[in-house]
Each structure stands twice: as structure tokens, then as C-alpha cells.
Write a protein that binds this ligand. Structure first.
Ligand SMILES: Nc1ncnc2c1ncn2[C@@H]1O[C@H](COP(=O)(O)OP(=O)(O)O)[C@@H](O)[C@H]1O
Ligand SMILES: [Mg+2]
Length: 247
């Protein structure tokens, strides 16, 4: 069964088209990397898939249901620059938000919820930082805390937007190991990713995007010079850096 079905999706900002005729499906239990140049529409694609950006046309279904019916089973870790890191909140409270079925701000979390939050913090190796303010953490630690919050939601599907930008190698490894564990439980994961050198190792399938869907499939088939050139045509130096010749 397909976990995700996107059909003929079109989206725009103020009349400027950013996604055009996007159609693809994601099988349950797959980990998919979305790749493509800056401004390709990667973030817009997952936002529209999550119902955070209104689409002009098309449909998005999860296990044949609309997002409204399964929203609570999807966890989303936004791009780091979209989070207000100065917001005065502790690590534990950040993760506790994930445990609430609905955000009930004035309800005190119960013991069970705290246990779950600590358990998720333990998984990402951040339990000892539970009382720290999130603003006092390194980039990698912050990203681990947000992953812990997503896991505390006990989701069926997980969406992450560029989780490895500005973080240390150890955190990247830890997060990737946890994502692969999560997939072993049959969960479906979508990750926006910029580093093509690791893309084939990290993901089952890749979706190469530049406003249109350029190629979707096994990493090896997507990471072909002719396909990459089509997506990164205006970023010659980037292609040279990763060893793709332009002739
Ligand atoms: N809130 C917004 N308002 C207007 N234009 C936007 C907005 N967000 C993104 N865009 C534009 O949409 C295009 C796709 O952006 P985005 O989805 O962020 O790409 P990516 O994540 O691949 O870098 C870019 O041209 C960007 O400038
Ligand atoms: Mg983006």
C-alpha cells in the first residue's frame, strides 16, 4: 500500500508558480530523500503535502485518506531557520509538546507523558540536557531535541526539512541511525537533503526536484549526470564540485 500519493500538485506564491504537475507515490516503510538546487521548491513541496501551504491544483493522500484525517500521525521537523530558538522553553518542555495529542497548554503533563519524553530524549542522547533552554544548545543538539519531539508524537510518518544543515557529524550520524531504526518499524520518512554525496547511502529512493519532478526512483538512477544536469543547469560550479562533467 502507498503511504503517500501526490497527484498533479501545483503550487504558487502570489501567482508565481513554484511547483508544477508533481505526481509520485511513496511506498509504506520507505525513506525518501528530496534533492534539488536552492529555490527548487523542496520546502514548498513538503509544506503543501502537510497542508501548510495551499495548493492551486492536485491532490495529496496518505493511505488513501486526506491529510485532515491522519494529520496527528505525521510529525514534521521544519528547517532550523524557521524555528524561534530564543523562545524561552526547556528541552523537556519542547519534547513534551510532542506527547500531547492536542496542544493543551494549561494541562499539566502526566507521569506517563514525562516518561515518554525522557525516553525519546534518551534515544537522541539528550536526556541529561532536559532542563536546558533550547537556545543554549548547539545546532546539532537542537536538531536532536526536535527529532525527540517528533518521536514523542509516536507518528506513522516523519517529514524533515534539511535536518543536517549547520550540525556536527556525530549528530548527523545519530539522527540518521534513528531514522533507519524508525523505518525498520515500518514507518515512512521524507527528508529534504542537500548533500548529494551521502544521498545514495541515506535513502531508499530519491526525488530530484526543480519546480518540476525531474526524476524519482532508486538513488543510482537519479544520481546520473544527465539527470543532475537537468536539475542543476544553472549551478555549474556545484556540479563540478561533485564531479559531474558538463560536456
Ligand atoms: N513565503 C514565500 N513567499 C514568496 N515566495 C516564496 C516563499 N517561500 C518560498 N518562496 C519562493 O518559492 C521558491 C521555492 O522555495 P522553497 O520551497 O523554499 O525552495 P527550496 O526549499 O528548494 O530551497 C523560491 O523561489 C522561493 O523564493
Ligand atoms: Mg528549503
Amino acid at each position: 500500500m502507498n503511504a503517500i500519493g501526490v497527484r498533479d500538485l501545483n503550487a504558487s506564491y502570489h501567482g508565481v508558480e513554484v511547483l508544477k504537475d508533481i505526481t509520485f507515490t511513496v511506498g509504506s516503510g520507505r525513506i525518501v530523500g528530496i534533492i534539488g538546487p536552492n529555490g527548487a521548491g523542496k520546502s514548498s513541496l513538503i509544506k503543501s503535502m502537510l497542508g501548510l501551504l495551499r495548493i492551486d491544483k492536485g491532490s495529496i493522500q496518505y493511505f488513501d485518506k486526506p491529510i485532515q484525517e491522519i494529520r496527528k500521525t505525521i510529525a514534521y521537523v521544519p528547517q532550523r531557520n524557521e524555528i524561534d530558538w530564543d523562545f524561552p522553553i526547556t528541552v523537556l518542555d519542547t519534547v513534551l509538546i510532542g506527547t500531547y495529542p492536542k496542544v493543551k497548554l494549561f494541562k499539566r503533563p502526566k507521569k506517563k507523558e514525562k516518561q515518554l519524553a525522557y525516553q525519546c530524549l534518551g534515544k537522541v542522547g539528550m536526556a541529561e540536557f532536559s532542563q536546558r533552554q533550547i537556545g543554549e544548545l548547539s545546532g546539532g543538539q537542537q536538531q536532536r531535541v526536535f527529532l525527540a519531539r517528533a518521536l514523542a508524537q509516536q507518528p506513522e510518518m516523519l517529514f524533515l526539512d534539511e535536518p543536517f544543515i549547520g550540525i556536527d557529524v556525530a549528530s548527523e550520524k545519530k539522527i540518521m541511525t534513528l531514522l533507519h531504526e524508525f523505518r525498520k518499524d515500518g514507518k515512512t520518512i521524507v527528508v529534504i537533503h542537500h548533500d548529494l554525496s551521502k544521498a545514495a547511502v541515506y535513502f531508499d529512493d530519491l526525488l530530484l526536484l526543480n519546480k518540476k519532478l525531474i526524476k524519482y526512483g532508486k538513488a543510482h538512477d537519479v544520481l546520473q549526470p544527465v539527470t543532475l544536469r537537468e536539475a542543476y543547469y544553472d549551478q555549474f560550479s556545484f556540479l563540478e564540485d561533485i564531479g559531474v562533467t558538463l560536456t
